[in-house]
Design a protein around this ligand. Structure first.
Ligand code: URA
Length: 430
């Protein structure tokens, strides 16, 4: 005999369609019944569209998140004997911050369980970048992850399929039904995975601007506030930084070149914007872990962060001293006039790097680790005609034309230096 279902999906859809709030038991049932396959994709798609149009209350978002967490395993690092802090970025062009950040924070005795993903489209994936390192392994068992956190403090690895399976199914559905943009659904999607991971504290890097998932700053702020509230309501100390993604972060866009740039930061150098954001996020993470006065810059300068990086890479079978994949072909674009670089749009640079093979169009595609773009200048820099602006890196030259097409109009040079805009716009707390 089939069990009698407690609710009817059509009632739940109607309640949201008509602008009402869905009561907790009905919403929990909806998520659970969808995960079990009882609620059909068509019904969940209608519900997601109703959420996109009518929103959700703070309480509904909390219940939605909780129901997605309950659909899978919940990890715990309680036995580690040290605080755990994670970082999540909503993603951007040249965003390699996790690479220097995780070992930097771990060098202060804090555990950083960084469950990461692969890139799809113009934003890169942390695992793709690290897989440029010969031997490095993204897949760890829960026991290996726990041991590495205990012994080394930092781990960056692939999220197992056991965390929030309801989200996996719903995210794929949203992707094909025009409902990705619903803030309650984005917030519950991201936070269900982070809370299920079992971290004590979380710092969110919510990006706005042309290369960001949320281009509009007000929507990015709303997403940040929603996620901070969700984390806090679930007992995870959460803060967010609202950061500018109108310009690529750093000088490297790709995979191997982003690893190289991250190692420069860990060696006490690197581009100013990458250092600034790494330091800002590390301070937030360490403050949540009870070390508000940690001297983060000192750990970058004196080799402690680099030691933690090497230990983290070696623990996952990577060789931190091995040569990184290098491009076979390059193409350098130069300035056609004297002046100041007044703009470099993140999105076209991200698309160009993707077309060069640094990113993938379908989840099953491989990435070319040596492909990408090296910038030689950034907005605000003065240039002379003929000076190199950026170099395309490719396995062969067959993809250069398509990449250059994406870059048409993506940078501007003018007579006056542009106004400087802050990289970190706002800090959002509970
Ligand atoms: N990233 C996620 O994990 N979920 C979303 O809904 C959007 C971005």
């Amino acid at each position: 005999m089939t069990a009698v279902e407690a609710f009817d999906a059509v009632d739940v859809i109607r309640a949201k369609r008509d602008g009402g709030a869905v009561a907790e038991p009905a919403l929990r049932w909806m998520v659970d019944a969808y995960t079990r396959g009882y609620v059909a994709d068509s019904q969940m798609a209608a519900f997601a569209m109703a959420v996109l149009l009518n929103g959700m209350t703070r309480d509904e978002i909390r219940v939605m998140t909780d129901a997605m967490i309950a659909s899978g395993e919940r990890m715990s690092f309680a036995g580690l004997g040290k605080p755990t802090v994670d970082k999540h970025s909503t993603g951007g062009v040249g965003d390699k911050i996790t690479l220097p950040l995780a070992p930097l924070v771990a060098s202060f005795g804090v555990a950083v369980p960084q469950l990461s993903g692969r890139g799809l489209g113009h934003t890169g994936g942390t695992l793709d970048k690290l897989e440029s390192i010969p031997g490095w392994r993204a897949a760890l068992s829960n026991d290996e992850m726990f041991a590495q956190l205990r012994d080394m403090g930092a781990v960056i690895c692939a999220a197992g399929s056991g965390l929030a399976p309801a989200d996996k199914k719903l995210y794929a559905l949203r992707d094909v039904t025009g409902t990705v943009e619903a803030i309650p659904l984005i917030a519950s999607s991201i936070m269900s995975k982070k809370i299920a991971e079992g971290t004590d504290a979380l710092v969110l890097d919510v990006k706005f601007g042309s290369g960001a998932f949320m281009q509009d700053v007000d929507r990015a702020r709303e997403l940040a506030r929603t996620m901070v509230a969700l984390g806090t309501d679930s007992g995870v100390s959460t803060t967010a930084l609202l950061t500018d993604m109108n310009t690529p972060l750093g000088l490297a866009i790709g995979n191997a070149n982003e690893v190289r740039e991250s190692v420069e930061v860990l060696a006490g150098g690197g581009p100013a914007d990458v250092v600034e954001l790494t330091v800002a996020l590390a301070r937030e993470m360490l403050a949540l872990a009870g070390q508000p006065d940690a001297d983060v810059e000192a750990a970058l300068q004196d080799g402690r962060a680099m030691d933690a990086w090497r230990a983290m890479i070696i623990a996952q079978d990577g060789d931190p001293d091995a040569a990184l994949p290098a491009p076979n072909e390059t193409h350098t674009v130069t300035a056609t006039e004297d002046g100041f670089v007044t703009g470099m749009e993140a999105l076209p640079f991200g698309i160009a790097a993707w077309r060069l093979g640094a990113g993938r169009a379908r989840a099953q595609d491989p990435v070319l680790h040596a492909a990408g773009i090296d910038l030689h200048v950034k907005p605000g820099d003065q240039v002379a005609a003929g000076q190199p602006l950026f170099t395309l890196l490719g396995e062969d030259d067959s993809r250069f034309d398509r990449a250059l097409e994406a870059l048409d109009g993506a940078w501007t040079i003018g007579p006056d230096a542009p106004e400087r805009t802050p990289l970190v716009l706002e800090r959002i707390t509970a």
